[in-house]
Design a protein around this ligand. Structure first.
Ligand code: 1PW
Length: 211
């Protein structure tokens, strides 16, 4: 992973994450998140508490990917099957498996929805739109419902410190605004598809409320 963010690379990693059978490769899913962390870090230190949590979630999943049971952690589908069949998930309250792959990935999955909503707003925004408003609208519509008051407050403060729309487009490193908008138009359906496949899997297995 390079230090500078590139929207193009995010697109490529999410594209690589879908198998022909429409399963989601965990390796590329977290690679996509690593790119997004680089992006958050380029936005300044107010985002560091947000990226820290994402980094620790990525780390938990990476440990599974390189651990002795790694053959079960190739796709999100195989992970869910394996962890459920072997009682490795705390289903109703936190117990002996507080850091299962299923509950860890669920946190990233919820955040991905926020990202999707935000990027869609950015794509269709006009020059006078405010990034902080787009960010918090997307957040309130998605992730906020899963966060306690204190986190919602802290996230709100971070959003206020976001750079303006022009800077945002620059940081994406994908050419002028027209090109960024085009690339967003291309990448959003992919992110949405990865999100929806994961969502359907979690619904089917009744995993959307994992503690
Ligand atoms: C501008 C681009 C940024 C894109 C990334 C957005 C990610 C937003 C994640 C917000 C994290 C806020 C601080 C941490 C909260 C955790 O309590 C929470 N984690 C997440 C990812 O929502 C829940 O994890 P937990 O406490 O149940 O382990």
């Amino acid at each position: 992973m390079a230090d500078t963010f590139s929207l193009q690379r995010v697109l490529e990693t999410f594209r690589s994450s879908l198998s022909e059978e429409k399963e989601v490769y965990i390796k590329y899913y977290i690679a996509g998140w690593q790119e997004l962390v680089a992006f958050m870090n380029s936005l300044g230190s107010v985002f560091s508490f947000i990226s820290k949590d994402v980094v620790s979630k990525i780390q938990i999943l990476e440990n599974f990917l390189s651990g002795e049971n790694r053959s079960h952690y190739v796709t999100i589908q195989s992970m869910v099957r394996y962890e459920l069949e072997n009682d490795l998930v705390d289903l109703t309250k936190r117990g002996s498996h507080p850091e299962s792959g299923c509950r860890t990935l669920l946190r990233l999955h919820r955040a991905l929805r926020w990202l999707e909503l935000f990027l869609e707003r950015l794509r269709t925004s006009s020059e006078d739109s405010k990034t902080s408003v787009m960010c918090s609208d997307a957040y309130n519509e998605s992730l906020a419902q899963h966060h306690p008051w204190l986190i919602r407050k802290a996230v709100g403060v971070a959003f206020c410190a976001l750079p303006g729309r022009d800077t945002f487009f620059d940081v994406m490193n994908a050419g002028d605004q027209t090109q960024v908008v085009a690339l967003l138009g291309e990448s959003l359906p992919l992110i949405a598809e990865v999100y929806q496949i994961t969502e359907d899997l979690y619904v089917k297995n009744n995993l959307l409320e994992l503690p």
